[in-house]
Design a protein around this ligand. Structure first.
Ligand SMILES: Cc1cc2nc3c(=O)[nH]c(=O)nc-3n(C[C@H](O)[C@H](O)[C@H](O)COP(=O)(O)OP(=O)(O)OC[C@H]3O[C@@H](n4cnc5c(N)ncnc54)[C@H](O)[C@@H]3O)c2cc1C
Ligand code: FES
Length: 284
């Protein structure tokens, strides 16, 4: 196996470096989980991503040329799951880019640039004997699946708390194992917010490290709950991304030590770097 397939990973283990340029991969399958589609692609030359890293995706055919030429730019997607030579992505159809990607069929071509960004830190020093609490909201469950796979493989294990708006969306929970679920409408699991479950878990045992991804109000509630209890947390944020590799400055977010480009210095940031997870420009 060559260096490209093995991947060059930074010393802290949070970033696998992407090969230069986008590469063409082939869709192997598309499967529906309620409101979400999972795209599985063959990626024989791609390096293994770290949990929390993302890729910029664009369909090879019929990308652009719709109303107002949309979708024009590639779109950012967290890696849902990685197996040798394969990647999976989770999509919610919310606009022209996700709409086109959710139509892809086996055999179709997909441009992939990645893995990009800095992922979750799961080194023993980061866990420091604490249990991992994974908290996901909506399509933000995506990077938690690959994270759960890694924690399980390392023997660390994880408690997984997932929140969805309704039963159609909660079908996405099948992508992770041994989950506690909250839905806004009570159609599945706890009726209420996933942060209710997080507060319960932290009250029961605050010796945890929290890993979270979801809409900004959820991330902000996670940040506040963890800050109050001095529980370390890592938050996978979103912002509008045009390039994904630091060139356009479209993704900047404020931190306590200045603005950072989320595509390079994130998307995972330690919560104690933020005054708020309600970053401008972010957010479903
Ligand atoms: C690092 C990162 C990882 C992501 N991972 C996933 C993923 O795993 N699955 C997934 O479905 N989506 C993910 N997204 C969001 C995804 O890139 C957007 O859904 C996509 O850009 C929407 O494109 P569109 O053309 O379908 O819709 P658009 O017309 O571009 O947007 C439709 C709606 O979504 C909002 N929106 C668009 N982009 C974003 C964004 N980046 N953040 C918040 N709101 C946005 C818009 O304000 C609008 O309301 C991720 C974004 C980032 C930055
Ligand atoms: S998306 Fe272009 S700099 Fe981050």
């Amino acid at each position: 196996m060559g260096a490209a397939a093995e991947g060059l990973t930074t010393d802290d283990g949070r970033r696998t470096l992407a090969p230069p340029g986008r590469r063409r991969v082939t869709v192997l399958a598309r499967q529906q989980f309620g409101a979400y589609a999972v795209l599985r692609v063959a990626d024989p030359g791609g390096p293994p991503p770290r949990p929390g890293q993302f890729a910029m995706l664009a369909a090879v055919e019929r990308w652009g040329g719709g109303d107002g030429e949309r979708p024009f730019l590639p779109r950012a997607f967290s890696v849902l799951r990685a197996r040798p030579g394969e990647l999976e992505f989770l999509l919610e159809d919310v606009g022209p880019g996700t709409n086109r990607l959710a139509e892809l069929e086996p055999g179709d071509g997909l441009w992939v640039l990645g893995p990009l960004g800095i992922g979750f830190g799961v080194a023993a020093s980061e866990l420091a004997g604490r249990r991992a609490l994974l908290v996901g909201g909506g399509v933000g469950i995506a990077p938690l699946a690959i994270l759960q796979d890694e924690l399980t493989a390392s023997g660390a294990g994880a408690t997984v708390l997932l929140g969805f708006r309704d039963g159609l969306h909660s079908a996405g929970a099948a992508l992770l194992r041994e989950t506690r679920i909250a839905t806004d409408d009570g159609s599945h699991g706890h009726e209420g917010l996933v942060t209710d479950l997080l507060a319960e878990e932290l009250d029961r045992d605050p010796a945890a490290v929290v890993y979270a991804c979801g809409p900004p109000p959820m991330l902000e509630a996670v940040r506040v709950l963890c800050a109050e209890r001095e529980v370390p947390a890592q938050l996978a944020l979103e912002s509008g991304m045009a390039c994904g590799f630091g060139a356009c400055f479209g993704c900047v977010v404020p931190t306590r030590d200045g603005y950072v480009r989320l595509c390079l210095d994130g998307p995972v940031l330690d919560a104690d770097r933020l005054d708020s997870a309600l970053t401008p420009g972010a957010g479903h």
